[in-house]
Design a binder for this molecule. Structure first.
Ligand code: 2BA
Length: 110
């Protein structure tokens, strides 16, 4: 068994959730925050049999779009990012999905 952690944009999360349900893939959705943009994204936790990992990765890849976002500095942004931006909005390419696949030592449902 593997544990898949997939960080996706909020805009894609509902569609991905529906695809998981249709494909009988069990998943947990977490509301998360990107460390750089400090805006909301969604992290899916999926425990899945080894032989279905590629199927899940394909569902994620086919559903999640890469998008450009503009980061403008609100007053409360910390100084490190403020100086990084030089006070101007910057364009950031946010990936469709950032995915980690990890081995699972054991799995229990009680
Ligand atoms: P954020 O941390 O909010 O990052 C959003 C996008 O900003 C990133 O897209 C990347 O294009 C850009 N970015 C991030 N850090 C940067 C930096 N130090 N300098 C310049 N640009 C930077 P993605 O790479 O597609 O990441 C999307 C989201 O996936 C991230 O949101 C974060 O929540 C998560 N993520 C990405 N890589 C990760 C990692 N190695 N570990 C944990 N989470 C990760």
């Amino acid at each position: 068994m593997k544990l898949i952690l997939a960080i996706v944009q909020d805009k894609d999360s509902q569609r991905l959730s529906n695809k998981f349900i249709d494909a009988n893939v069990r998943a947990t959705k977490l509301s998360t925050t990107g460390g750089f943009l400090k805006s909301g994204n969604t992290t899916f936790i999926v425990g899945i049999e080894d032989e279905r990992v590629d199927e899940v990765l394909k569902l994620i890849k086919d559903t999640c779009e890469s998008r450009e976002q503009y980061l403008t500095a609100p007053i409360h942004l910390d100084t490190s990012i403020d100086s990084y931006m030089g006070g101007r909005p910057i364009e950031v390419q946010v990936g469709g999905a950032t995915v980690f696949v990890m081995p699972v030592e054991s799995f229990h449902r009680y």
